[in-house]
Design a protein around this ligand. Structure first.
Ligand code: AVI
Length: 402
């Protein structure tokens, strides 16, 4: 039996209207009619005014049902080579391990992108929201532990923040913590496979508001090119006409460096992949023996991607979801691809998916980019001009990317 209860599309807390901006709280014994003698003194005579406690973040659970999970796994096992959807890596333990990957010295993507977002937040927010009225909602895809959005929220002050992620275990606590830190912005978490979502669920926080998308972390690279293209088109539909998308993309670099980033010396990347076998054993009655597989991360130049796989050490038969599967010695089970795009190849992909590249920011080493996209057929996208501009983290902007 599968442990997760049937996805009942539960609304953890009923919809609530956007909450008002912070209101001053009256302290006991203080009047409001006349200015106080000590106005401006700090600390005020009656003590520091309490800030109203933030409302709890709201959560919607649209996690794929166990039957969907089984179907996806069976489809993936029937492929050649065998390949499972990358989001399966993110159960509670997988999410914890992915956070640990971000702290490994070899995996610099998280640190570099976080720094770029922090340094450039005011400018990113201005470019993202320029000319967009009324105040938009910020929608983050694959939001994980919500560690990247803080500076952007501060700078943008959206009407609401909506975080989409597959891991409910991580999303719940992260949304609550973010809501505490940003009490003025209502936070809504939606647990879902965002690559399979046809529309954002109707919700008062989303009604009548333009939507801006945020997709950091280069997670687009975890999709095959046709899937990546479909995903960008899906984002355009989910966000609606006239929307914009800020997306983080990792770029190709020396193969040795990339292979080390996905096969760190501490073995966290390997543990992340092996955790998938534990999940399959637990949730789909599998009998994978992790000791019978070895982890491999290899750069594939022709497809500009890292291929991560658990490789069968010898010929063996495995039971999964009530079926028998045979592996030959050396046969890979692909756990994930991580494609790297040059600015040009990414912009071509974006264009083919109905977006227009407006601007690009990169870190000092030009290892990764944040691309600002606008929907190709919208008025707002035309405001960006014909040629995308690119900017280094270095204050001197580089102009006119090809
Ligand atoms: C989430 N994603 C962008 C990561 C990546 O770099 O492709 C996933 C990852 N897998 C192993 N290390 C990192």
């Amino acid at each position: 039996m599968l442990p997760r209860p049937p996805a009942d599309r539960t609304v953890a807390e009923p919809g609530r209207p956007p909450k008002p901006a912070l209101e001053p709280t009256e302290l006991p014994g203080s009047g409001t009619a006349a200015p106080k003698a000590n106005a401006g003194a700090y600390p005020p005579p009656g003590g520091v005014a309490a800030v109203p406690a933030p409302q709890p973040a709201e959560l919607l659970d649209l996690h794929p049902a166990p039957a969907d999970l089984e179907r996806l796994v069976l489809d993936g096992m029937a492929r050649q080579p065998r390949q499972l959807p990358a989001w399966l890596l993110y159960d509670a333990e997988g999410s914890r391990l992915f956070e640990a990957i971000g702290q490994q010295p070899e995996y610099s993507l998280t640190r570099q992108e976080t720094a770029l977002l922090r340094e450039r937040a005011p400018e990113l927010a201005r470019s993202l929201a320029e000319g967009i009225t009324p105040t938009p909602v910020l929608v983050e895809f694959g939001a994980g532990n919500l560690s990247k959005v803080g500076p952007l929220l501060e700078a943008l002050q959206p009407a609401a923040y909506v975080a989409l992620d597959i891991s409910l275990d991580q999303l719940g606590p992260s949304c609550r913590a973010l809501q505490e830190r940003h009490p003025a912005v209502p936070v809504l978490g939606i647990c879902c496979d965002y690559a399979d979502l046809d529309q954002l669920p109707p919700h008062p926080l989303l009604e009548g508001r333009p939507r801006l998308g945020f997709y950091p972390g280069s997670s687009l690279g975890n999709f095959d090119p046709p899937q990546a293209r479909a995903l960008l088109s899906r984002f355009a539909r989910l966000l609606g006409p006239g929307s914009r998308l800020l997306i983080g993309i990792d770029q190709p670099k020396a193969p040795e460096r990339l292979e080390a980033a996905y096969n760190d010396a501490a073995g966290v990347s390997a543990a992340f992949a092996f955790n998938l076998l534990r999940r399959l054993n637990r949730e789909l009655a599998g009998d994978f023996d992790p000791a019978a597989f070895t982890y491999r991360a290899r750069w594939e130049a022709a497809t500009s991607r890292i291929a991560m796989a658990l490789v069968s050490c010898h010929s063996q038969t495995v039971t999964l979801a009530g079926r028998r599967w045979s592996f030959t010695a050396g046969e890979p089970l692909i756990t994930e691809y991580s494609a790297k795009y040059t600015p040009e190849s990414f912009q071509a992909l974006a264009t083919a998916s109905g977006w227009r590249a407006i601007r690009r920011w990169c870190d000092g080493a030009d290892d990764l980019s944040l691309h600002l996209l606008a929907q190709a057929d919208s008025e707002t996208s035309r405001a960006g001009g014909e040629t995308p501009t690119q900017h280094h983290a270095d204050p001197t902007p580089m102009r006119n990317a090809p």
